[in-house]
Design a binder for this molecule. Structure first.
Ligand code: NAD
Length: 255
């Protein structure tokens, strides 16, 4: 049984009970970690806040990860309250809706910038803020998708941002490895979430995955949560810079 007793986990990206962040929160909680959970803004607060306060011991925070002052403020509060961070979960992504439909060649300059700022640079900024609070053996986990590696029609600019996120995972793993901090990505199969619904072809993606994946079904949030808990634990002490697929095996198929 995985044991995260005495570990402090900070999770970014909770919107509602369908969020992958919620699947991860449940699994980290089950393993005994103390949780700090952050939502984006007042709009997200309505559903996220109640979920957090209903989870015994969990503490809510608000932070827009595209805002450096808000990141500083959250980690200041976390330092004061917990004194350390053992686990950082980055489950955040955004691209403007108009850049997630139509032809990729029409991606706007602003859409490209915003997608990379919110979905990729935020991992660097959060890791930099967390690292001074992280003891040896700490773990950072981010969320990616297959569209980083192969063309998924309609995923467009998010695919390019996820490719950058996976490269960022490797560069951070190299830097922070000196401090014995591990950095990994989980590439999750498609899941119906708020962000997932923003991808136009979601229902086709879900069907194709269930049809073609070796396990012949879709992936759920708790399966991603289980792998995040493993990566956060000492059982994964030798793993860093990796992209681990939790997708019912879909990504191994050639046809
Ligand atoms: P979700 O909508 O529940 O979570 C996305 C979160 O990002 C939301 O909580 C949103 O508030 C947050 N966010 C967006 N912009 C932000 C900002 N500026 N500051 C702070 N937070 C911000 O959807 P999800 O599917 O759980 O997404 C979580 C992660 O998983 C994302 O990185 C997503 O790309 C990735 N992912 C999702 C799927 C899927 O099919 N749902 C598959 C693979 C990877």
């Amino acid at each position: 049984m995985l044991n995260l007793q005495g570990k402090v986990a900070v999770i970014f990206g909770l919107a509602n009970k369908r969020s992958i962040a919620w699947g991860i929160a449940q699994k980290l909680h089950e393993a005994g970690a103390t949780l700090a959970i952050s939502y984006q803004n007042e709009r997200m607060k309505s559903e996220a806040h109640q979920l957090i306060v209903d989870l015994p011991g969990a503490v809510p925070f608000q932070c827009d990860v595209s805002n450096d002052a808000e990141i500083d403020s959250v980690f200041g509060q976390i330092k004061e309250k917990f004194g350390k961070v053992d686990i950082l979960i980055h489950s955040v992504a955004y691209a403007p809706a108009e850049d997630l439909k139509g032809d990729f060649v029409n991606t706007s300059r602003d859409g490209f910038r915003i997608a990379h700022d919110v979905s990729v640079y935020s991992l660097i900024a959060l890791s930099r803020a967390a690292a001074p609070l992280m003891p040896e053996g700490s773990s950072i986990v981010t969320l990616s998708y297959f569209g980083a590696e192969k063309v998924v029609p309609g995923y467009n600019i998010m695919g390019v941002a996820k490719a950058s996120l996976e490269a960022t995972t490797r560069y951070l793993a190299y830097d922070l490895g000196r401090k014995q901090i591990r950095v990994n990505a989980i590439s999750a199969g498609p899941i119906k979430t708020l962000a997932g619904r923003g991808v136009g072809s979601m229902s086709d993606m879900l069907k194709a995955h269930a049809d073609r994946a070796p396990l012949h079904r879709n992936t759920d949030q708790l399966e991603v949560g289980g792998t995040a808990a493993f990566l956060a634990s000492d059982l994964a002490s030798g793993i860093t810079g990796e992209v681990i697929y939790v997708d019912s095996g879909y990504s191994i198929m050639g046809f």
